[in-house]
Design a protein around this ligand. Structure first.
Ligand SMILES: NC(=O)c1ccc[n+]([C@@H]2O[C@H](COP(=O)([O-])OP(=O)(O)OC[C@H]3O[C@@H](n4cnc5c(N)ncnc54)[C@H](O)[C@@H]3O)[C@@H](O)[C@H]2O)c1
Length: 259
């Protein structure tokens, strides 16, 4: 890989890569193009798909097994990472899950607590779990970046995932508070709608996509993960040394428009 670039010499773990449509895949690709050594992770049955997809990166990345709800996996992360690199300069949290049958697509008033609890654990609490599992590998100057979908307002269809994202956004601010004294930055990228596996599973996601096509002043290509990946990599680079607890919108400008 290139030894020049925005992330030259940096070691980065991207958690949450399944398909080559995954935002995590695009982040891993851009990070490699910018000179980073990249590890990727996933969990459960999707792990075998990730191992195939890893070969499509510019350089095949090692694939780690990490279920962010499994305490054994979290405890074993440091050793798994050290099989490949001796530390981490960046961690990307590209993970979310909410049961589409009970929580999304107009089910808000009936969403059962057990499923809501799972969505919050996987999609919000896990930012803290992952950051703490990776903390022994990080030093001052390292960064953690997660992905949100603007949780300051209520959306059609997004329902309990919106609540989980509000939790994620708050979690990122508290993590920024508690890891800042050690020089570790924690930021989020708020992306517009992108056609990934997770997005296609949301009943009614097309309504969100339609809004973007008419309102984003820069326009919005819901099949292009690269702008989001570039923002993730910029936040992991040395060019945001004094930024933490921040949410950068990569949405074609949608969030700034009233109508
Ligand atoms: N696609 C969009 O429109 C969009 C917009 C804004 C934010 N996001 C966010 O981007 C992130 C990545 O999602 P994506 O759209 O690339 O979809 P994706 O389905 O490709 O990625 C989600 C990943 O989360 C992983 N995951 C789920 N549960 C897990 C667990 N318990 N442990 C470890 N990994 C687990 C899945 O295996 C998958 O790899 C998510 O946080 C998502 O909410 C997506």
């Amino acid at each position: 890989m290139a030894n020049t670039g925005l992330l030259a010499g940096k070691r980065i773990l991207v958690a949450g890569v399944t398909m080559d449509s995954s935002i995590g895949f695009a982040a891993a690709k851009v990070a490699q193009e910018q000179g980073a050594t990249v590890l990727i992770s996933n969990f459960g049955r999707a792990l075998s798909i990730t191992k195939r997809i890893a070969k499509r990166l510019p350089a095949e990345a090692p694939v780690l097994e990490l279920d962010v709800t499994d305490p054994d996996h979290l405890a074993g992360l440091e050793a798994q990472v050290r099989e490949h690199v001796d530390g981490l300069d960046g961690v990307v949290h590209s993970i979310a899950y909410g049961n589409p049958e009970t929580l999304l697509g107009g089910k808000f008033l009936d969403g059962p607590w057990e499923d809501v609890a799972q969505a919050v654990q996987v999609s919000a609490y896990s930012l803290k779990s992952l950051a703490m599992a990776a903390k022994p590998l990080m030093t001052s100057g390292s960064g953690v970046v997660g992905l949100t979908f603007d949780a300051t307002v209520a959306w059609p269809a997004y329902d309990w995932m919106g609540v989980a994202k509000a939790g994620l956004e708050s979690c990122a601010r508290y993590l920024a508070r508690d890891l800042g004294p050690e020089g570790i930055r924690v930021n989020l990228v708020s992306a517009g709608p992108l056609r990934t596996l997770a997005a296609k599973a949301i009943p009614g996601f097309g309504d969100l996509e339609d809004m973007w096509s008419t309102r984003a002043p820069l326009g919005w290509d819901n099949t292009d993960q690269e702008p989001t990946a570039k923002a993730i990599c910029a936040l992991l680079s040395d060019f945001f040394p004094a930024t933490t607890g921040e949410i950068i919108h990569v949405d074609g400008g949608f969030h700034a428009m009233g109508a």
